[in-house]
Write a protein that binds this ligand. Sequence first.
Ligand SMILES: Cc1cn([C@H]2C[C@H](O)[C@@H](COP(=O)(O)OP(=O)(O)O[C@H]3O[C@H](C)C(=O)[C@H](O)[C@H]3O)O2)c(=O)[nH]c1=O
Length: 152
Amino acid sequence: MAPMIEGVRIEPRRQIVDERGKIMHMLKSTDDVFQQFGEIYFSVVNPGVVKAWHIHKKMVLNYAVPFGAIKFVLYDDREGSPTRGVLQEVFLGPDSYSLVTVPPMVWNGFKGISTTPAIVANCASIPHDPDEIMRCDPFDNHIGYDWALKHQ
Ligand SMILES: Cc1cn([C@H]2C[C@H](O)[C@@H](COP(=O)(O)OP(=O)(O)O[C@H]3O[C@H](C)C(=O)[C@H](O)[C@H]3O)O2)c(=O)[nH]c1=O
């Protein structure tokens, strides 16, 4: 099994399909992972684009990808964390439809891997605040992750 970063939760979510379309569940106030409501926003990522790296000092992220597909990558550099140094890759989209909950202070970012733009929904625990986000360059940083497609 792929390594899991302490505090990160990945939970499959239901899709209820009928001939008219479908319902895609995301987050309920009664879910275990729910903490509090801050804001919902949608980040659209174009094919092949990397949106990384960032860390939230306070916000808990709740991500789901209802359209398109992404590779979501997380890196734990938290002092004292039992999974410090672990890197985790998660593929998200309607074909592997899940809610991913990310605690504060975990580096994360994503790459659009579908042929259409992908929509990343974030039901965040606090409203967007640029002062609680730290960023670093996707390709030049201490994490050393290679975002390139590998034809294995
Ligand atoms: C989220 C947000 C962004 N912005 C501005 C700040 C930048 O000038 C521009 C793009 O924001 P950013 O570079 O942060 O976008 P993404 O890389 O798509 O990341 C955003 O969406 C992913 C999913 C995250 O979880 C991030 O926390 C969130 O910042 O919109 C605002 O003015 N208000 C907002 O609520």
